[in-house]
Design a protein around this ligand. Structure first.
Ligand SMILES: C[S@@+](CC[C@H](N)C(=O)[O-])C[C@H]1O[C@@H](n2cnc3c(N)ncnc32)[C@H](O)[C@@H]1O
Length: 252
């Protein structure tokens, strides 16, 4: 782990630990297992080596390993990597877990498929650091390798944007989310207020929001070719009502 950088919101383990029930309910794991075939249909990797960048608790890594892929899961959050290890053990699959920052993980010409799923991209204040992440993904792929980035797209956010929302979580906690669009629709600032048994904790975080064209251009700048944009893992067109912004690009 790099000690040279200033601490940012995603360095806070408590953020991932406290919000785990909301971010990673069991349904998200079963959904990923059901959708892994769609990921493979859209990417068509030529070999079995997969990099799951920002793998979290292994939602994608584990079903990939169950299908015979050789998976390396990279994440910076110790708590989530421990959750991933526990789940992989229960599923009786072997996965390489690496604790590293996505700006630092470099293993050139090693992977046939590189994934960045569930809005794990766009975290850095400096956009050149997002570019570095894409460039690392490109370098880490073998020739003919393919990447998939899955984020909440700007067009989708503009359509459903509400300044405040609230949910009751399966464990009874209440989660209030406040959102603020900043910097001419290039960033979103979020405050998530978690109410548990009368105790309130607040977490603030912010990230860049990309339009389809911006993300496609970024991938092209990183060296990717044959870039395709989808509005869901079903392979729908990124039309007026997208569920997600999914961009797939290939290394020649
Ligand atoms: C929204 S979660 C997505 C997890 C996983 N991709 C999924 O689809 O379930 C974002 C993940 O990015 C990781 N992360 C955040 N900042 C990171 C960084 N700078 N380097 C590596 N991982 C990071 C977090 O620990 C978390 O696991």
């Amino acid at each position: 782990m790099s000690a040279r950088r200033k601490k940012e919101w995603f360095d806070n383990e408590a953020f991932w630990r406290e919000l785990y029930p909301y971010m990673f309910p069991e349904k998200r794991f079963t959904d990923a297992t059901a959708q892994i075939g769609q990921v493979l249909d859209l990417t068509k990797p030529k070999g079995k080596a997969v990099l799951d960048l920002c793998c979290g608790p292994g939602r994608w890594s584990i079903p990939l390993a169950q299908q015979g892929f050789s998976v390396t899961g990279v994440d910076r959050t110790k708590f989530l990597l421990n959750a991933a290890r526990t789940r992989a053990k229960a599923a009786e699959v072997k996965i390489e877990w690496v604790r590293a920052d996505m700006r630092d993980f470099l293993r050139p010409d090693s992977f046939d498929l590189a994934l960045s799923m569930l809005t794990s991209f766009g975290y850095f204040d400096r956009k050149d650091e997002d570019r570095l992440v894409l460039r690392n993904m490109f370098v880490n792929l073998k020739a003919g390798g393919v990447c998939m980035i899955d984020v909440a797209g700007k067009e989708q956010l503009a359509r459903v944007y509400q300044p405040t929302t609230s949910d009751t979580l399966p464990n009874g906690d209440i989660l209030v989310q406040r959102h603020r669009i900043a910097d001419a629709w290039s960033r979103i600032h979020n405050e998530w207020i978690l109410v548990r048994k009368g105790r309130t904790r607040s977490f603030s975080f912010h990230h860049t929001i990309y339009s389809a064209q911006e993300l496609r251009d970024r991938l092209a700048d990183a060296g990717f070719e044959q870039i395709k944009v989808y509005g869901s893992l079903d392979g729908d067109e990124y039309g007026p009502n997208p569920q997600r912004l999914i961009v797939v690009g290939r290394k020649a």
